[in-house]
Ligand binder design. Structure first.
Ligand SMILES: C[S@@+](CC[C@H](N)C(=O)[O-])C[C@H]1O[C@@H](n2cnc3c(N)ncnc32)[C@H](O)[C@@H]1O
Length: 338
């Protein structure tokens, strides 16, 4: 009896390909390159020249950071995909500051199949390694890896989707403005992801305002395109994506947990009208006896805590399954809280 063959999911292919990168590299050397990279990233950014200078730097980046940036982008894209009109699939994709291509892998994981893909970055060694890794992913074999500097001269070819992941924080204000304006001019949809820190959130809100001013609608995570209800400096909107840790991670960071939670902030915006979630769970839900406390960002531009109890029937079951970052109520559930 023959079994249908299922292609390996991009997430698994990526993990296998990245672990293969370290084969043959003495563990001490790999850990040393990661430590150098972390020290560089602690230094002042933005920089005038690429931080990823040679193959050792980019192998360290790819093996150590790419699984986490991939999961963060994948999580943002999942929320975005729930908010686009039925049947909308990006027909083309440009990843700006794409480095070794984490976001291109996340896009192929969210929407199956191949599409024209362009990765822009100023670091040639990152592009070279990205191309090498992408050879393992049939949907990325035709991708074009192009050297390009983000600045006033940046232009992006017209495309359905632009992604920018973990880049805004490496740019000065003029660079961030040029990037968001070029993305808005080129794309039907723009997805920006940053570290889930107060600074990352501030970069996301700045870009969100600029995209709205350019005529975009917010598809996720916000339930609306009005102002963010968070009072600046009091809190920051961020989410969490689970990442399996590699042996390199355990070696550099110690500890024995098989996973790590990557915190990220994001915004997804579209030229076309999206259908954003009615509300979004913005903290880890608290499960108590017979009730679940949900912190929600709601359509009326408010943050509100809702208590869902057994009395709410199916909605209570849904609340027990709800996760930080989910839409609320989940699609197909009748809202019966009052
Ligand atoms: C932290 S890495 C993120 C890489 C990738 N997007 C990801 O999510 O894994 C930042 C990337 O931005 C690129 N970058 C920073 N400043 C840039 C600039 N002015 N022009 C082009 N690329 C830039 C770096 O070379 C690097 O690849």
């Amino acid at each position: 009896m023959s079994h249908p063959t299922h292609p390996t999911p991009p997430a698994d292919l990526l993990r296998a390909t990245l672990s293969g990168l370290l084969d043959g590299l003495p563990p001490k050397q790999a850990a040393g390159a990661v430590e150098r990279l972390i020290a560089n990233y602690r230094g002042a950014t933005p920089t005038d020249a690429p931080i990823l200078r040679d193959r050792a730097d980019v192998v360290a980046y790819a093996a150590y950071r790419m699984p986490a940036t991939f999961e963060a982008v994948r999580s943002a894209l999942a929320a975005f995909a729930d908010a686009v009109p039925e049947g909308w699939v990006p027909g083309s994709h440009v990843d700006v500051g794409g480095g070794t291509g984490a976001a291109t892998w996340a896009v192929t994981d969210t929407w199956e199949g191949a599409r024209p893909v362009t990765v822009l970055d100023w670091a040639e060694p990152a592009l070279a390694l990205g191309r090498e890794i992408a050879a393992a992913n049939p949907a990325l074999r035709e991708a074009s890896w192009q050297r390009s500097r983000i600045g006033a001269a940046l232009t992006i070819e017209s495309t359905d989707l632009v992604t920018v992941s973990y880049v805004l924080n490496e740019l000065d204000e003029a660079g961030r403005t040029a990037l968001v304006d070029a993305a808005a001019a080129a794309a039907q949809a723009v997805v920006l992801v940053e570290a889930g820190t107060p600074a990352g959130y501030a970069r996301i809100i700045e870009a969100r305002d600029r995209l709205i001013a350019a005529g975009f609608h917010i598809a996720a995570p916000c339930p609306h395109s009005a102002g963010c209800p968070i009072v600046p400096g009091t809190d920051w909107c961020h989410f969490s994506a689970r990442v399996s840790r590699s042996s390199l991670h355990r070696q550099v960071k110690g500890g024995s947990l098989p996973y790590e939670d990557e915190k990220f902030s994001y915004v997804a915006a579209t030229r076309f009208p999206p259908a954003p979630a009615p509300a979004r769970v913005v903290r880890r839900p608290q499960i108590r006896k017979g009730q679940v406390l949900l912190d929600l960002c709601e359509t009326d531009e408010q943050l509100r805590r809702t208590t869902v109890t057994k009395r709410h029937g199916d909605l209570y079951k849904a609340a027990r399954d709800a996760d930080w970052g989910d839409a609320w109520p989940p699609f197909g559930t009748q809202e019966r809280t009052e």
